[in-house]
Design a protein around this ligand. Structure first.
Ligand code: UDP
Ligand code: MG
Length: 333
């Protein structure tokens, strides 16, 4: 942020380009309503804007729908990825292509209210580098989803070196400096919620109620969410690797105590042969513990492997772009 540049010391009061990054995967039904709704909330902000749809390998007519919208609305850009790379990679693609002074990331299903965009821009102009949306109630989510999400945030914040705010999704506005910082991060496993929090910057939370999906259906199931949570934890903490040392020490300590007890018992009461059941239990228990430890090691090793290969995060088949368009009203917001 250049402080000397402007009398309001943020340098953000003049005309600005806003990029809206929208990952889309099989969203032919949602994309049209999205554009209609979002446009309403941009038209009185008197800023230049571009809407970047990142088509994440949809199998339906998402691409052609987006392209036909583009003929009517030149501010739409479409990045067509070569296949489905997942939402995190699609967002990364959008962030890399976005040229805006500020960038908003949002889903196409309108679960996050576009009414907040003007407020987000106002906060950005005040000097906040990140304005993120925080869900005040998750009534639209099932009880199980709320419970598992709650457990994830608690667990993550306990073991990572920094906190991610609870109930905050990807919906947010970021200043150019923040986007550049994110783009400079080299990792392949991109747990964006974590990366957003990791980069820091001066942040402000706007609260909102998450709505029902306006069209189409969710692209996430519990298995995907579970893997997502493991990605998150392994990307930001090595504690799951280290606990095995302490666990091993604890078990070794207990084994020593138990061994001493058996020696004493044998000295006092003589040799007592039975012990088959306890022996089997110990062997199975330790076998299980070792396999879990190996599994955790494997999780990290697999991720090291992915990073070392240095494959690109996503591949772009084609970019369809026009020049950004000014909104209808001329004066400043
Ligand atoms: N999405 C994507 N690639 C995927 C899965 C989802 O680009 O592999 C997009 C999807 O089109 C939507 C956003 O990510 O714009 C959020 O997906 P969804 O609404 O299904 O997630 P939920 O709100 O249920 O968590
Ligand atoms: Mg959704």
């Amino acid at each position: 942020m250049n402080k000397s540049e402007d009398k309001d010391h943020t340098g953000r009061s003049g005309p600005a380009l806003l990029s809206i990054v929208v990952p889309v995967f099989n969203e032919e039904e949602a994309i049209d309503i999205f554009i209609k709704t979002v446009r309403k909330h941009l038209s009185y902000n008197s800023i230049l804007y571009e809407i970047i749809f990142v088509n994440d390998g949809s199998h339906d007519s998402t691409l052609s729908t987006a392209l036909s919208l583009q003929t009517k609305e030149p501010s739409i850009k479409v990045i067509n990825l070569s296949r489905n790379f997942g939402k995190e990679a699609a967002m990364s693609a959008g962030l890399e292509y976005a040229k805006g002074d500020a960038v908003i990331v949002m889903d196409v299903d309108l679960q996050e209210p576009p009414e907040l965009i003007p407020q987000m821009i106002a906060k950005w102009r005040e000097g906040y580098d990140v304005v993120y949306g925080k869900r005040i109630c998750r009534q639209t989510d099932s009880r199980l989803k709320r419970l598992t999400a709650g457990l994830f945030y608690k667990g993550f914040n306990r073991i990572a070196d920094f906190k991610i705010p609870a109930d905050v999704g990807d919906f947010r506005l970021m200043d150019r400096a923040v986007v550049d910082a994110l783009n400079a991060l080299p990792e392949r496993v991109r747990f964006m919620k974590g990366l957003f929090a990791w980069v820091g910057f001066k942040s402000y939370a706007v609260e909102f109620e998450r709505r029902e999906r306006q069209a189409g259906s969710t692209k996430f199931n519990y298995w995907k969410l579970w893997n997502f949570a493991i990605d998150g934890i392994t990307s930001f903490s090595t504690i799951p690797l280290r606990i095995w040392t302490y666990f091993g020490l604890l078990i070794a300590g207990l084994a020593f105590l138990y061994g001493s007890f058996i020696v004493l018992k044998t000295l006092v009461f003589g040799v007592d042969v039975p012990g088959y059941a306890s022996l089997t239990t110990f062997i199975l228990f330790l076998g299980g513990v070792q396999l879990i430890g190996l599994g955790v090691l494997g999780e990290y090793l697999g991720r090291v492997y992915v990073e070392v290969k240095q494959r690109p995060l996503y591949l772009t088949a084609k970019i369809y772009e026009n020049t950004p368009m000014a909104s209808s009203t001329g004066d400043k917001a």
